[in-house]
Design a protein around this ligand. Structure first.
Ligand SMILES: NC(=O)C1=CN([C@@H]2O[C@H](COP(=O)(O)OP(=O)(O)OC[C@H]3O[C@@H](n4cnc5c(N)ncnc54)[C@H](O)[C@@H]3O)[C@@H](O)[C@H]2O)C=CC1
Ligand SMILES: O=C(O)CCC(=O)C(=O)O
Length: 526
């Protein structure tokens, strides 16, 4: 597999990728969009920061691409809708650059308060000018934080260390969580009214675009100072320009712009405006951390293992991850198993969770079943991102049920598939924490390790079935490594599940089907 690394991602952090013998890492110099379009078809994975635009055109040519990793937080340079439609997983590396961005915000705030960049420039131009640079103290000032997530919280803590009073607006966090930080949650209007400094730490979304516009500046305190180390476009630059011109805003610091790169903003005409070229994450520590994180995520994604920081499917909390990850592989295999057994046009897949799983967040396990099922029947790439969409597009209704009828197992997953011809169900469990088993097929008890090649033979429970089946398979020199037989009553219907070292050829299947009492025979490969 090949992974393309762009945008100067810290190479030292890519050890997780380099350790993988099956993964080749390419780190070319800067590529134009046309160059990227020309080569992207060779790659299974790619890692970017913010410069490369992973747009619909690039994704259209990415025929092998399975995962895009963002070495950082913001994914506005990646077309998520196009990636999802194509089944390309997008992962990011949040957390690694939190402190870097929070520290830059603090540096911006102190620079605004004390005119450090301007005084430095004046002095170096040969002027010892003390009078022009009278500053203000941060102590006792009100800091309005908009977006109290990872970075907003880190900024709040640091500002409190400087004896500022911190208030925040974030509709998605609770009063309790804000109170733990010693921060009071206010409405946006109150933030505008009360704050001496306002800093934004939220993603750029339809909702947050131009959150600070003409109207917002009007309601702010005279002499407010503004900082944006999050995303260009949260602040409307033309409105900021007018507010600085009128004197309403006493200073502004931007690390990010509506259009980047930007070297000729009209805002540069103001001496009380300071700017950096999107340096929020540019510390050695942050770049190493995000590279390490994203490289690990890419390896997990390419190996088909669970990923933590997915952007275009719901991220799993470490707690949920710990619960679901042992079941993902079993669930995928159960989906494959059912897909190979059930005949006809599939209409519905119902997944029921019992035991420990009855009260857990199991939707990723449901997705794993669907992924396994569709992987078996579709040519196109199926993954955790597009599996639910592909099922919906094919008119397959997916039903998830918890706390079913109860079972004797500590945990039990039952996958029931209904087609226009038949209904069939398979149950599986994990013994201990890691030992997967298929424990029933259509209500018939079995105990099979879901791996490799298997033969499923429903039959009538009577003598001279098992022996002839074994003889026919042995005659073709195929080794049987395990055999399970389940019946509900003597002489009734029974199922046989054989684990074999190779798929059984079609002609042998035909011979087995002719044995008196055999009701059907199917190869299953997991
Ligand atoms: N300048 C730079 O180099 C860097 C910029 N960033 C940017 O900083 C921003 C924040 O990053 P994190 O703190 O890691 O993200 P986060 O996801 O931890 O926090 C974002 C917070 O914004 C809140 N939020 C979302 N929509 C909102 C709205 N309409 N109004 C108010 N609050 C809203 C969320 O509830 C969340 O608490 C992101 O845009 C990220 O891309 C991050 C790292 C470096
Ligand atoms: O990678 C960078 O330099 C920018 C980081 C950033 O903006 C983010 O993580 O959202």
């Amino acid at each position: 597999m090949k992974v393309l690394v762009l945008d100067g991602v810290e190479e030292e952090g890519l050890q997780a990728l380099r350790r993988e013998p099956d993964i080749e890492v390419d780190i070319p110099n800067k590529l134009t969009e046309d160059q990227l379009v020309g080569i992207i078809g060779e790659y299974d994975g790619m890692i970017v920061r913010s410069a490369t635009k992973v747009n619909a055109r690039v994704l259209e040519h990415a025929t092998k691409l399975k995962v895009v990793g963002r070495a950082g937080v913001g994914v506005d340079n990646i077309d998520l809708a196009a990636a999802t439609a194509k089944g390309v997983l997008v992962v990011n590396a949040p957390g690694g650059n939190t402190i870097a961005a929070a520290e830059l915000t603090m540096a911006m705030m102190q620079s605004l308060a004390r005119n450090i960049p301007q005084a430095n420039a004046t002095l170096r131009s040969g002027k010892w000018d003390k009078k022009s640079f009278m500053g203000v103290e941060l102590r006792g000032k009100v800091l309005g934080v908009i977006g109290l997530g990872r970075i907003g919280s880190a900024v709040a803590k640091r500002a409190q260390g400087m004896e500022m009073r911190v208030v925040a607006y974030d509709p998605y966090i609770t009063e309790e969580n804000a109170a733990i930080l010693g921060v009071k949650l206010l409405s946006l209007e109150e933030i505008f009214k009360q704050s001496d400094f306002i800093t934004v730490h939220l993603p750029l979304t339809r909702e947050s675009k131009y959150l600070l516009d003409e109207k917002a500046f009007e309601t702010m305190k005279q002499g407010v100072r503004i900082i944006n180390c999050a995303r260009g476009g949260i602040i409307k630059e033309s409105a900021l320009y007018e507010a600085m011109k009128s004197g309403k805003v006493a200073g502004a610091a931007l690390d990010v712009f509506e259009k980047e790169p930007n070297t000729d903003s009209p805002l540069f005409e103001f001496n009380n405006f300071i700017a950096t070229p999107h340096l929020g994450a540019s510390t050695q520590e942050a770049q190493l951390l995000v590279a390490v994180d994203v490289a690990e995520e890419i390896v997990a994604a390419l190996k088909g293992e669970p990923v933590k920081n997915t952007v275009n499917i719901p991220s799993l909390s470490p707690k949920t991850m710990a619960v679901v990850s042992p079941y993902l592989s079993l669930a995928e295999k159960m989906g494959k198993f059912v897909a190979q057994l059930v005949a006809g046009r599939i209409k519905k897949i119902e997944i029921t969770y019992d035991g420990d799983l009855a009260n857990q967040e199991v939707s990723p396990i449901t997705t794993a079943v669907i992924k396994g099922f569709l992987d078996t029947i579709l040519q196109e790439m199926v993954n955790y991102v597009n599996a639910p969409l592909l099922a919906r597009d094919r008119g397959i209704s997916v039903v998830q049920k918890q706390a079913g009828e109860g079972s004797d197992y500590a945990n039990l997953i039952t996958v029931k598939a209904a087609s226009d011809k038949e209904e069939l169900s398979v149950s599986g469990t994990i013994f201990g924490r890691t030992d997967p088993r298929i424990v029933s097929i259509d209500g018939y008890h079995v105990d099979a390790f879901p791996e490799g090649h298997m033969l499923y033979i429903p039959h009538i429970d009577k003598p001279r079935i098992i022996g002839p089946v074994g003889n026919l398979i042995g005659a073709h020199n195929i080794n049987i490594s395990a055999m399970q037989v389940g019946r509900l009553k003597i002489g009734g219907k029974a199922v046989m599940l054989l684990s074999v070292d190779a798929p059984v050829p079609a002609e042998t299947l035909a011979e087995i089907a002719k044995i008196d009492g055999v009701l059907g025979v199917k190869n299953v490969s997991l």
